[in-house]
Write a protein that binds this ligand. Structure first.
Ligand SMILES: C[S@@+](CC[C@H](N)C(=O)[O-])C[C@H]1O[C@@H](n2cnc3c(N)ncnc32)[C@H](O)[C@@H]1O
Length: 357
């Protein structure tokens, strides 16, 4: 059925030459002046029309030529096309509907918005048709204004996208951003790692060990809690991480061969060790020459409840103590610094120590 709800039967009537089927005066007044085929008005083509013919028909209209020429410069939404062409939204939508039925234009839905763009079709016929359409559009009186408006609308869009970031610049890194988390950054950074053999001492359930296993050659996670080892090993199996092995053992003398690993990690584990200095010596033993140790721990604090609450043995460490133990174990290129401070009381601070064997 045509746009006016009677178009198809009217055309059929004309074809049959049936005088009785002629439209009444009121219907004739609704007749489109340029005698567009009814299927063009409804936004669909009859079935079985060959693709090129469909495209040619779709392009045989000045508004659609304008739209194609605008989309040639990049993707636009209906609202943007409306703003550029100053045409009614319903008209634009109808034209876009027709163009989308061809191989020329494709629609992309993103939330509540639909964007239109030229199909990234590399077929030479499609390309030739678009070139012809763009050439045809350039001959239209609206062309210059369309292009001017397009530049204005796109510039406005870019500006709007920058408004938020201009506002949050300076506090962006401290505020929430969808998908921005330290865990995600961790994944990113771990991808940079070469295929190392890593020992994660005092690994817990293996949060870090699992991350490492996705990039490293092999990860050995050591913990003296049977339950942690059992749970971690089960999770690693479930996640298909064949290069992650959990071993039950003590931090200070891990069940790992001498000079067999490239990297030792002690993440929030050293303050559980009976003898931290001995633990660092043990790490030195299992490292290959040139291997590295990384210690993440708490800076010395006074929150004594940590002993009951978290089973801590040491209330963190002084930077100088950590430095001294690393040095006396034989490490070189030692660096110890505070890398984080918690916002909530008791404001735990995190120490990061790195050194090389
Ligand atoms: C605070 S958790 C840290 C877990 C993990 N490294 C992390 O950063 O998420 C401390 C872990 O060290 C283990 N642990 C404590 N004393 C240990 C020891 N002497 N030898 C081996 N593991 C120990 C605990 O069972 C616990 O899983």
């Amino acid at each position: 059925m045509g746009q006016n709800g009677r178009g198809d039967s009217w055309v059929a009537g004309l074809k049959r030459g049936n005088a009785r089927s002629r439209p009444s005066q009121s219907i004739r007044q609704c007749r489109p002046k340029n005698r567009i085929l009814p299927h063009f008005q409804t936004g669909s083509y009859p079935a079985g029309v060959p693709a090129t013919l469909k495209s040619l028909r779709a392009l045989a209209d000045p508004t659609r030529l304008r739209i194609v020429a605008l989309l040639e410069e990049g993707e636009l939404s209906v609202a943007e096309l409306q703003e550029i062409t100053k045409l009614a939204q319903s008209r634009i939508s109808t034209h876009l509907g027709l163009l989308s039925e061809t191989r020329i234009v494709a629609a992309r839905r993103e939330g509540k918005r639909t964007y239109y763009r030229l199909q990234p079709d590399k077929a030479p016929e499609g390309r030739r048709l678009v070139e012809l359409a763009v050439q045809g559009a350039a001959e239209l009186p609206e062309h210059e204004r369309d292009q001017l408006n397009r530049r204005r609308v796109v510039a406005l869009r870019d500006e709007q996208a920058q408004v938020y970031f201009n506002q949050v610049a300076g506090r962006f890194d401290r505020s929430y951003g969808p998908g921005r988390s330290w865990q995600a950054f961790g994944h990113l950074l771990l991808r940079i790692l070469p295929p190392l053999v890593v020992a994660d001492l005092g690994s817990g359930e293996g949060l870090l060990a699992e991350l490492l296993a996705r990039s490293c050659h092999q990860v050995i996670a050591v913990d003296n809690s049977e339950k942690m080892v059992e749970f971690g090993a089960r999770k690693a199996r479930k996640n298909g991480l064949k290069n992650l092995e959990f071993r039950l053992g003590d931090l200070s003398n891990p069940p790992i061969d001498d000079a067999s690993v490239d990297l030792v990690i002690l993440s929030q584990a050293l303050h559980h060790a009976e003898d931290p200095q001995k633990t660092i010596l043990g790490a030195h033993r299992i490292l290959k020459a040139g291997g590295r140790i990384i210690v993440l721990d708490l800076l010395r604090h006074t929150f004594t409840q940590a002993q009951e609450l978290y089973g801590d043995r040491w209330l963190g460490f002084e930077e100088a103590d950590l430095h001294r133990w690393l040095e006396s174990a034989g490490f070189r290129n030692i660096e110890v610094s505070v890398v984080a401070r918690e916002e909530q009381p008791p404001h735990f601070e995190t120490l990061l120590a790195t050194a090389e064997k």
